[in-house]
Design a protein around this ligand. Structure first.
Ligand code: FES
Ligand SMILES: [Fe+2]
Length: 382
């Protein structure tokens, strides 16, 4: 009788730590619920994840909510000005405490009105005064870690995690050096971001890998290649982030959006922070965009984007740049990724091959070193 007992890993090519020799991740990594389970446990519940910007929490009681897959969390500014993070769950019987964003003097649960101070301690719980052995200090909210880099806020469910600065040393200095007027950029509430927000029908890693290489730029992004000199795209990989640079072509009237010789931001810069976040700045007026990719299931990804620019920048360039990012490049990438996800179900595909030449061959637009970096870290973690 035929047997199917061989473990998948024994039938698969190993991923090599040498990108010139490495296969890509086996296709089950892109649709198996058990892989997602392992990724949540070993990666998402232990890594620093972007949640919002300090400017969203200006006053005591201002809060923002967020999710790490199925874990609901919120950040709130205390009366002492400290921004704290907590699981968004009431300690009475588990109702969700806060929705969206806003400002509250106390955090009151909608179900039975248990109330918490801004530091997470239990303030009042109707009817508990006469309960034997009821100590309010046993029912404070469960904290999560919070850290800030240049005003960008990150959370981590692992209370023993290193600080964000220890996690991604050198990142802050690079962003400060290469994003023009980073300290003056403000969150744009009224405009679409650079990337396509919402759901994409693919595993979250397909989108990450697409972001991590420009090997696809020439065949798949014709307009982009008139703006960016993709043959000179270069990526450097560090432990928990990658850093890519691409110069512009000098074609002021290119097919993506018009640029000018005196524009403040000259190069495109792309940072990718393990496991699921990018910071992007592209030519034109000063700008930075956040692009966060979250699994919403084994074969569905939720994209979330925020854009920052100068408060008085209402230039056409800004609008045209965002429109091109979301409606041209973003749509092209969505179609590529959804086709790849179909490929992950095909019996005719098992494992691909990383394309990376040892001398960072410019003909390959820097190749797929960033894809390998992410593949290797996933393989190591799950
Ligand atoms: S669940 Fe929150 S007060 Fe009851
Ligand atoms: Fe792309």
């Amino acid at each position: 009788m035929a047997t199917t007992s061989t473990k998948p890993r024994e039938q698969e090519h190993a991923i090599s730590d040498d990108p010139t020799r490495s296969r890509t991740l086996p296709r089950r990594y892109y649709n198996d619920p058990e892989i997602l389970e392992a990724e949540l446990e070993n990666i998402f519940y232990k890594s620093w994840l972007y949640i919002g910007h300090e400017s969203q929490l200006t006053e005591a009681g201002s809060y923002i909510t967020g999710q790490i897959y199925d874990q609901n969390v919120f950040l709130i500014r205390g009366r002492d000005e400290v921004i704290r993070g907590f699981y968004n769950v009431c300690k009475h019987r588990g109702h969700k405490l806060l929705e969206g964003t806003g400002k509250k003097p106390v955090i009151t649960c909608p179900y039975h009105a248990w109330a918490y101070r801004l530091d997470g301690s239990l303030k009042s719980a109707y009817g508990t005064d006469t309960l034997p052995d009821f100590d309010p200090t046993d029912y404070g909210l469960t904290p999560i870690r919070v850290d800030s880099m240049l005003g960008f806020l990150f959370v981590n469910l692992d209370m023993d995690a290193p600080t964000f600065c220890e996690y991604a040393p050198g990142l802050e200095e690079e962003i400060r050096a290469d994003v023009v007027q980073i300290e003056d950029l403000v969150l744009v509430e009224d405009s679409e971001g650079l990337a396509l927000p919402g759901k994409v029908a693919c595993n979250w890693k397909v989108l990450v890998e697409n972001f991590q290489e420009c090997y696809h730029c020439k065949p798949a992004h014709k307009d982009l290649c008139t703006l960016f000199d993709v043959a000179n795209y270069g990526t450097t990989c560090y432990v928990n982030f990658t850093s890519a640079t691409v110069p512009h072509t000098g074609k002021w009237d290119n097919d993506a959006y018009p640029i000018t010789p005196d524009m403040a931001q000259q190069n495109g810069r792309f940072w990718f922070i393990w496991p699921n976040l990018s910071f992007t700045t592209i030519p034109g007026t000063p700008n930075i965009s956040i692009y966060r990719v979250d699994p919403a299931g084994p074969e569905v990804t939720e994209n979330w984007t925020q854009t920052f620019r100068l408060a008085d920048d209402h230039s056409d360039m800004n609008e045209q740049r965002n429109h091109w990012g979301a409606h041209v490049a973003g749509v092209e990438d969505k179609e590529l990724c959804e086709s790849v996800q179909e490929g992950m179900r095909q019996r005719g595909f098992s494992q691909g091959r990383v394309v990376h030449s040892p001398d960072n061959d410019p003909v390959q637009a820097g190749g797929e070193i960033g894809v390998h970096w992410h593949n290797w870290k996933i393989y190591d973690a799950v």
